[in-house]
Ligand binder design. Structure first.
Ligand code: GDD
Ligand code: MN
Length: 414
């Protein structure tokens, strides 16, 4: 393949997922600012990409000749979509290709594409022709008429889905209703918040740090951007002719994760959180790990002390069960809750040190647990279960906070 300066691959931006206010200086074939940058995220779209590029170019060459660029962002597809796309740049000089080898995922692909974009308007369209290309001109017109954001929607006049099963319609609508309940201020602003076909003014998203979780980048744009006016254009979601969808059950889990993250980081809750600066995500993971420890503890206690099993003395069993639960929690916390920290300190003696610290903190937490239980039960609420819940909550927060500051502290001072 002939790679010279005009058809080299686009450099993959790194660092925070933030759209710059102005196009980066070192991108592109020529430095002139352009009107539209349309990102086409692809993963295994070899059978579609040539057609997509051809049809989009035809439409845009007529509508805004010379004033657009197409940016294919491919996640190193095993079918070499990126290579095929790259070979098309000879014929389509307005086409650029980014091959990502480090990162994965639809949302971050779109954001990385926009980071490298030169356009005043940033757009996205699927690379499988399920989004009808003709709608592009209507989206552009809506933007030119003053909208900050123009969304192609399946749920307004002229919109729809071609031949979806009842189950798929139900899941799609269910996801939307769930989102509406959690984030009415975001999902309530458009009729099709799941749309992956839209355009937005650069200035409406510039500066915001976007979140790479999930499939639904539009939620980020509305939730974290500064979008005042929105226009919608109806479209029919076509059937796929080539390749296959990448949606699996994981996208549904991601979607819920995404909603929760947006919920706790935007609006009123987000403002309060920023003020007190509590690492809520981390705490939730820590609490979940703690819950898993309860099950480990219970199971071990049963295996060791139950008359039907080993029938060891209760105290001895409990000490062993408790220690195994602590080990369980440590391993999960090290690999998940504090993964970002432990990744930087992987040597076995560093791990051991963390484990010993964690052990000490948890033992102190146990003492605290017993103390609080007694205090609350004797002086505040004479109900042992409510008192115990309060004691557990306080001990969990203690465990979390001290471990955060002590066991998984970043200590890369030389
Ligand atoms: N770079 C990259 N990385 N691209 C990806 C990835 C990824 O991990 N996963 C999917 N894509 C690309 C696909 O190649 C395709 O071009 C586009 O993203 C959409 O993926 P599909 O797997 O075809 O999704 P879909 O058709 O089920 O869902 C689409 O339909 C929604 C309507 O409900 C999504 O595109 C939504 O954005 C769209 O609104
Ligand atoms: Mn698709």
């Amino acid at each position: 393949m002939n790679i010279d300066s005009t058809n080299a691959l686009l450099k993959v931006p790194t660092g925070a997922l933030q759209i710059p206010e102005f196009p980066p200086a070192d991108v592109g074939i020529n430095q002139r600012d352009i009107y539209l940058s349309l990102v086409i995220p692809t993963y295994k779209e070899r059978g579609n990409i040539a057609n997509v590029v051809k049809i989009l170019s035809q439409i845009l060459d007529e509508f805004i000749p010379g004033d657009y660029e197409l940016i294919v962002v491919d996640d190193d597809s095993p079918d070499m979509t990126w290579e095929l796309a790259q070979s098309l740049t000879q014929e389509y000089p307005q086409l650029q290709v980014m091959r990502r080898q480090e990162e994965r995922g639809l949302s971050s692909a779109v954001i990385r594409g926009w980071q490298a974009a030169r356009g005043k308007i940033l757009g996205v369209i699927d690379g499988d022709l399920q989004h009808p290309p003709e709608v592009l001109t209507q989206l552009l017109t809506a933007i030119t008429n003053g909208a900050d954001l123009a969304v192609a929607s399946r749920h307004v006049d002229g919109g729809g889905v071609s031949s979806w099963s009842v189950v798929r319609r139900f899941l799609s609508r269910g996801a939307q209703v769930l989102g509406l309940m959690l984030l009415p201020g975001v999902l309530g602003r458009v009729s099709d918040p799941m749309s992956g076909y839209f355009m937005v003014h650069r200035e409406s998203v510039a500066g915001a740090t976007l979140n790479p979780v999930g499939y639904k980048i539009l939620l980020e744009v509305i939730g974290r951007g500064n979008v005042k006016s929105i226009a919608e254009v109806g479209y029919v979601f076509c059937e796929r002719k080539e390749g296959e969808s990448k949606v699996t059950w994981k996208q549904y889990v991601d979607y819920i994760h995404h909603l929760v993250r947006l919920r706790v980081s935007t609006g009123k809750i987000g403002r309060v959180r920023r003020k007190i600066n509590f690492p809520l995500d981390r705490f939730l993971r820590f609490a979940l790990v703690g819950l898993s420890g309860v099950f480990v503890d219970m199971t071990m206690l049963y295996l060791l002390s139950d008359p039907a099993t080993l029938a060891l003395p209760l105290t001895r069993s409990k000490i062993i069960a408790g220690e195994i639960a602590i080990l369980n929690n440590f391993l999960w916390n090290d690999a998940w809750t504090f993964a970002d920290v432990s990744m930087r300190q992987q040597e076995w003696h560093q791990r051991l040190k963390r484990f010993l610290k964690f052990n000490m903190v948890c033992l102190a937490g146990l003492v605290l647990n017993v103390l609080v239980l007694n205090l609350v039960f004797n002086y505040l609420i004479p109900n042992r279960y409510i008192a115990n819940l309060i004691a557990i909550a306080i001990a969990t927060i203690w465990n979390f906070w001290v471990n955060l500051k002590l066991s998984w502290r970043v200590t890369d001072v030389k």
